[in-house]
Design a protein around this ligand. Structure first.
Ligand SMILES: *[C@@H]1O[C@H](CO)[C@@H](O)[C@H](O)[C@H]1NC(C)=O
Ligand SMILES: [Cu+2]
Length: 685
C-alpha cells in the first residue's frame, strides 16, 4: 500500500486510505465480458453470450440511449456504405481518415448513456471494424467512462501480440499451435553485438515501457476536445513535455550504464545515423520496414522537410520572443509557469494547440516522417514503421532522438524563464539532516542498490488463430527485463514547528560520459524523478521512511490476460475475492524500471531530496494528503479528471536555470551519493 510514515509521530501522519473495493457480481461480470470481447480480437466473436448481444442489438434501434444520436447515425453510415478501414489493413492513429473513423466509433461508445448500451454497442461494432481501430476506440472509452472506473484492460502486448513480438517468436508460436505442444519461446532483443545500440535494446523494447507510453497517449489523446468529450485534462501539454522528458532522461541514464554516450537529437536536414530493424511482422503479414544506417529524411507527398523547418522556426520564434500568436491576431505570453502547458499543446500538437494552422504539429509529423523514411513518396506501398504506433515507437532508438530534439525546444523555453528566487526555493521551517537509501537484499549496504535481469512471460494465445478457443494450448514468450531490489528512503528532517511538506526525490548519474562531474545547471536537465509524496512533520527531528514500491511515478506489474481471466472466473465462482481500485491506472512507468541498470562494478549516482511547503504547493484544497497518496502514477500520468494536486511546475525546482549551485541548495534540500550495481542473478532478500 502507498503511504509515507513518520516515526516519532503518530497523530497527523499520512495514513493509508486504500481505494480498493471488493468487486460485486456486476463488476465481475463486466470485467469478464471485457476480457471475452478482447480475446482473439482478430477473429470474429465466438463467445455465446457476446454473440447473442451482437445478433440482438442495434444502436439505430436504441437512439434514445445515446447522448448524440447523430454520432450513431454517422458511424452506421460509415458501416453501411463500406467506407470503414478494411479489417486486415494497418490502422494508424496518425492517418487522418483512420483517425476520423476511430473518433466516430469513440463518440458512439463514449456517448452511450448507460453501461449496458455502451457494452452492447462495443460488441456490435467489434467485428465490423478494423481490430486495432476498434481496440483503440474501445480502450479510450473504457478509460474515460465513469461507469468503467476500475475495469482492467489486459496488457496490450497480449491483446495485439504482433505489435510487440519478433517474427521468429510468432512463427514458433504457430508451430506450437499446429502440433498442440505447450511451449515457452525465448524472445531476444533485436540487433546484434555489432550494433552498440543493442546494449540498450532491453530498455526501448521493454513491453512494460511500451505499454506505459501507449496508455499515456490513450489517457491524453492528442485529438481530445474537452468541449466535446468533457474532462479538461489538467496540464495535458505540460505532461506531454514532462513524461517524454523523463523517458529521454531515463534512456540517457541507461546509456551511461552501458558505456554509451547520451542520445543525440535528430535534425531534419541531417542523416539519421543509426538504422533500425524491428524484425517484426504485422498481423496481416506485412513486415515492419527496416531503416538502414545514415538515411536522410525525405519529403512526403503531403509534407516536406522544408515544412517541418518552417513550422519549427515559428515555434522557436515564439519561444525566443516569449509570445505565442493566436488565430485572432492576439498574443499569449509564455513567460510564466503556464507557458510550458501552452507550448506542449503547440508542439505535440494536440487539439489544445492555440494555433495549429501556424504552428503545425511538429512532434506528430516527426513520428510520421520517421515512420515513412524508407518509402517517403509511398512508391513501394511499404506499411508504416514502428514510429507510427505509440505501442511500438520506443523500440526504435530514433524515438529518443526525435524526443530529445523536441525536449530541447522545451528546455529553450524553460531557460528563458527567470531562475527561481531564494524565496521560491526555501522552506525556512525545515532542514533535511540526513538521507539514506537502504536496499532489502542481504548483500545490500546503505546507499548501494542492486539491479538485475529477470524473466517475464507473455501469453501468446492471442497471437495465433484458434479454430476452437476452448482447446487452447499454453504458448508463452519469455523475455528478459530489468528489475531492482526493493529499497526504502530514510530521511531525517528537522522542523521548527509542525508543518506539512512534499518530499521530492530525484536521481542523476554523477559523471557524464567523459567521466567528469557536471555542474548542477547541466545535470539538472537529466534528473529522473523517483518519487514525490506528502509528509506531516512535527516539531523536532522526524525520521521519514518511504518504500520504493510506493513511488508516485510507477505502477506495479500488470496481471497477464490468463491470470486476470482466471482470477475473475474464480471470483465469480466464489473461490476467491477480487478487489478493484477505481483509481487504477494503466499509465505509469513499470516499477521494475524505476532504477537505471548501473554497472557490474557499481556506478555512482546523486540522489537529490527536496522538501517543499505542502500548504503552498497543493492546489486541490478539498483533498486530504491520504487521498493524494492513493492516486497512482501522478508523476508522469497526472490525473484522469479534476486537477493535479501538486501545483508546482513538473520537475520543480530543477526545471529552471541554476545560477549558483551553493545558493540554490537551501537547507530544505540534500544531496547524497548512491551506487547502483548490476548483478547477474536476482539477489537473495
Ligand atoms: C518574465 O517575467 C519576469 C517576472 O516574472 C520578469 O522579471 C522578466 O523580465 C520577464 N522576462 C521577459 C523576457 O519578459
Ligand atoms: Cu509519446
Amino acid at each position: 500500500m502507498r503511504f509515507a510514515w513518520v516515526l516519532l509521530l503518530v497523530l497527523g501522519a499520512c495514513a493509508v486510505v486504500s481505494a480498493e473495493k471488493q468487486a460485486d457480481a456486476t463488476f465481475l461480470k463486466r470485467q469478464l465480458q471485457v476480457l471475452n470481447l478482447l480475446r482473439h480480437l482478430n477473429q470474429p466473436l465466438t463467445d455465446p453470450e457476446l454473440t447473442a448481444f451482437k445478433d440482438s442489438f442495434s444502436p439505430l434501434n436504441n437512439l434514445n440511449k445515446f447522448k448524440d444520436p447523430a454520432a450513431v447515425r454517422d458511424f452506421v453510415e460509415l458501416v453501411t456504405t463500406g467506407k470503414l478501414l478494411e479489417r486486415d489493413a494497418i490502422f494508424s492513429l496518425f492517418n487522418p481518415r483512420h483517425r476520423a473513423q476511430m473518433v466516430a466509433l469513440f463518440k458512439v461508445l463514449h456517448g452511450a448513456v448507460d453501461y449496458d448500451t455502451f457494452f452492447k454497442s462495443a460488441v456490435w461494432s467489434r467485428d465490423l471494424t478494423n481490430p486495432r481501430q476498434f481496440l483503440y476506440a474501445f480502450s479510450v472509452a473504457v478509460l474515460h467512462r465513469e461507469d468503467c472506473r476500475g475495469v482492467i484492460l489486459p496488457p496490450a502486448y497480449e491483446v495485439t501480440p504482433h505489435m510487440f513480438l519478433t517474427t521468429d517468436v510468432v512463427r514458433k508460436a504457430y508451430q506450437a499451435k499446429m502440433t498442440r505442444t505447450p511451449m515457452v519461446i525465448p524472445m531476444r532483443f533485436t540487433g546484434s553485438v555489432n550494433n552498440p545500440e543493442q546494449r540498450v535494446a532491453y530498455f526501448g523494447e521493454d513491453v512494460g515501457m511500451n505499454s506505459h507510453h501507449s496508455h499515456w497517449h490513450m489517457d491524453f489523446p492528442f485529438w481530445w476536445r474537452s468541449e466535446e468529450f468533457g474532462e479538461q485534462k489538467d496540464r495535458q501539454g505540460e505532461l506531454f513535455f514532462y513524461m517524454h522528458h523523463q523517458m529521454v532522461a531515463r534512456f540517457d541514464a541507461e546509456r551511461l550504464s552501458n558505456n554509451l554516450p547520451v542520445v543525440e537529437p535528430l535534425e531534419w536536414d541531417q542523416k539519421i545515423v543509426e538504422g533500425f530493424a524491428p524484425g517484426a511482422t504485422y498481423e496481416n503479414g506485412q513486415e515492419f520496414p527496416m531503416r538502414p544506417d545514415n538515411m536522410n529524411f525525405g519529403d512526403l507527398p503531403w509534407l516536406t522537410i522544408q515544412d517541418m523547418k518552417i513550422v519549427e522556426g515559428r515555434i522557436r520564434d515564439a519561444i525566443a520572443s516569449g509570445f505565442v500568436k493566436t488565430t485572432d491576431a492576439g498574443l499569449i505570453s509564455l513567460n510564466n509557469t503556464a507557458g510550458i502547458d501552452l507550448l506542449g499543446g503547440l508542439v505535440e500538437s494536440s487539439a489544445r494547440s492555440v494555433n495549429p494552422m501556424f504552428y503545425g504539429q511538429l512532434h506528430n509529423d516527426g513520428h510520421v516522417m520517421l515512420s515513412k523514411v524508407t518509402d517517403p513518396q509511398q512508391r513501394y506501398g511499404m506499411p508504416p514503421g514502428v514510429m507510427e504506433h505509440f505501442e511500438t515507437a520506443t523500440r526504435d532508438p530514433a524515438f529518443f532522438r526525435l524526443h530529445k530534439h523536441v525536449d530541447n525546444l522545451f528546455k529553450m523555453h524553460k531557460d528563458q524563464l527567470p531562475p527561481y528566487a531564494a524565496s521560491e526555493l526555501e522552506f525556512p521551517e525545515v532542514t533535511i539532516e540526513a538521507v539514506k537509501v537502504i536496499g532489502t537484499c542481504k548483500a545490500s549496504t546503505p546507499n548501494q542498490l542492486i539491479t538485475y535481469f529477470d524473466e517475464s512471460h507473455i501469453d501468446l494465445k492471442n497471437a495465433v488463430h484458434a479454430e476452437d478457443q476452448k482447446q487452447e494450448v499454453d504458448i508463452k514468450a519469455v523475455v528478459s527485463r530489468l528489475n531492482h531490489e526493493p529499497f526504502k528512503y530514510v530521511i531525517t528532517i528537522n522542523a521548527k514547528k509542525p508543518v506539512r511538506g512534499i518530499v521530492r526525490v530525484f536521481l542523476t548519474p554523477k559523471f557524464n560520459w567523459f567521466g567528469q562531474q557536471m555542474p548542477l545547471d547541466v545535470s539538472r536537465w537529466g534528473f529522473i524523478e523517483l518519487d514525490h509524496f506528502p509528509v506531516s512533520l512535527q516539531h523536532g527531528d522526524n525520521v521519514v521512511t518511504r518504500s520504493s514500491a510506493d513511488s508516485a511515478v510507477t505502477i506495479p506489474e500488470p496481471r497477464g490476460f490468463s491470470q486476470l481471466m482466471g482470477d475473475v472466473q474464480k471470483s465469480i465462482r466464489g473461490e476467491q475475492v477480487f478487489t478493484y481500485d477505481k483509481y487504477y491506472r494503466h499509465c505509469g512507468f513499470p516499477h521494475r524500471l524505476l532504477l537505471p541498470k548501473g554497472k557490474p562494478e557499481g556506478m555512482t549516482y546523486k540522489l537529490y531530496v527536496v522538501v517543499t511547503d505542502y500548504d503552498k504547493d497543493i492546489v486541490t484544497a478539498g483533498m486530504k494528503p491520504e487521498e493524494i497518496e492513493s492516486l497512482p502514477s501522478l508523476g508522469y500520468c497526472g490525473v484522469m479528471d479534476g486537477k493535479i494536486p501538486d501545483g508546482k511546475p513538473m520537475g520543480f525546482p530543477f526545471d529552471r536555470r541554476v545560477v549558483s549551485e551553493e545558493q540554490f541548495l537551501t537547507p530544505n534540500m540534500k544531496v547524497v551519493d548512491l551506487t547502483i550495481k548490476n548483478v547477474k542473478q536476482k539477489p537473495i532478500e
